[in-house]
Design a protein around this ligand. Structure first.
Ligand code: KG4
Ligand code: ZN
Length: 359
């Protein structure tokens, strides 16, 4: 049995997870039922909502307050002593510099004092691998649609053999948003309709009041929002113009119309995301599509993807609800894939606020 203790503090969630791995694990074909996770997190939504967005300095300070108690809670509920940890892991980037320093510093100090190896983790790799935590995980290779507050990207994820002769996932980017991320478009559009931060979930709830059963057909409104770049012929996307079109509609409307606008917004986003990600599946001849990141919590989007993938004969994998937004479990899982390149603890560490995924 191998134990990995992972720390995440890249934005506005402090998260700690313990992953217990049986010795016979096959990382090329993970059976999530064989992995044991114990995890805790603290969300800073209450702190930042009064400012309408994340305040980096407040985020860092709160991570410092939370990380040690969360670590103790995880160890206590798993009934483990810190001395039983074999590897420490932390999110090295991308994210807010000051916030990243907290998990980096905490994990490095523990690893150094206990002389245990340390594994720096790329935050997006955590999100992209999180569909593997679902009851029926995708086989490699698969296409991953990452839709979070900071990123909207479509990757091919495959297992390759690295220079140490070890299997390792490789991520090839095929398309991304050229401006706003999907979560960002949700949050900003929600704000334009007077909803609290972060607005994604509130916008979804508002749309549900227009169409309680969440069906795409019933959601149709005579007035349409644009489907930006849907026929661009490549796999890139754009969401900032959609937000501007929504703003014009909102200005010409009363709050009674907002549920209709919110549901048309979800229709527009879903159509673009489905079209682009299925186009990558087709081009790569891979019929497995995995959806991850905070926006993957959206049930309307899930229904939309389910229907479209059924039609196109593509297998769909959504990340389990609790692992869509930032969490420590996805960081521990990504660390498992880098166990062979774990570093000797030196007490020093680096963070990368911007960081290419395969570097
Ligand atoms: O993955 P995540 O926790 O953070 C980043 O790494 O960026 O994603 C947060 C994003 C926010 O923009 C939030 O509004 C969005 O996920 N989100 C949703 C829903 N739940 C969270 N967007 C749409 N519908 C939801 N139900
Ligand atoms: Zn994230």
């Amino acid at each position: 049995m191998v134990n990995i203790l992972a720390f995440e503090s890249s934005c506005d969630e402090t998260a700690v997870a313990l992953l217990e791995i049986p010795d016979d694990i096959n990382i090329q074909n993970i059976n999530p039922h064989k992995l044991k996770f114990t995890h805790k997190l603290h969300s800073q939504i209450d702190i930042h909502s009064q400012y309408g967005g994340v305040v980096p300095e407040l985020a860092s300070r709160d991570h410092i307050r939370r990380i040690k108690p969360l670590c103790e809670e995880v160890l206590n509920s798993a009934n483990k002593k810190i001395s039983t940890i074999d590897y420490f892991a932390y999110t090295q980037g991308p994210g807010l510099a000051g916030a990243l320093m907290v998990a980096g510093g905490f994990a490095s100090a523990l690893a150094y004092s206990l002389q245990k190896p340390i594994i720096p983790v790329h935050h997006l790799q955590g999100h992209i691998l999180s569909p593997l935590l679902s009851d029926t995980p995708p086989q490699f290779p698969f296409i991953a649609l990452l839709i979070s507050g900071g990123h909207s990207q479509i990757y091919k994820v495959e297992i390759t053999i690295d220079k140490n002769n070890q299997p390792t996932p490789e991520y090839t980017l095929y398309g991304e948003s050229i401006d706003d991320a999907v979560g960002e478009a949700f949050d900003k559009s929600a704000k334009l309709m007077g909803l609290p931060y972060p607005g994604g979930q509130h916008l979804e709830e508002l749309a549900l009041t227009f169409c309680p059963n969440n069906s795409a057909e019933k959601n149709q409104s005579p007035r349409k929002l644009p489907r930006p770049m849907i026929n661009s012929g490549d796999f890139n996307m754009s969401f900032s113009g959609l937000k501007t079109a929504l703003w014009h509609w909102v200005r010409e409307s009363t709050p009674a119309d907002y549920p209709k606008i919110a549901s048309e917004f979800q229709n527009a986003i879903s159509e673009v995301l489905v079209r682009k990600s299925l186009a990558v599946c087709k081009a790569q001849k891979i019929n497995r599509l995995a959806v991850c990141g905070g926006v993957a919590k959206n049930k309307f989007l899930f229904n939309f993807f389910q229907k479209s993938c059924e039609k196109e004969n593509c297998q769909l994998f959504f990340t389990p609800f609790e692992y869509c937004t930032d969490n420590g479990v996805m960081i521990a899982l990504a660390a498992l894939y880098h166990i062979n390149s774990a570093q000797k603890p030196t007490g020093e560490f680096k963070v990368y606020p911007q960081w290419a995924i395969n570097s």
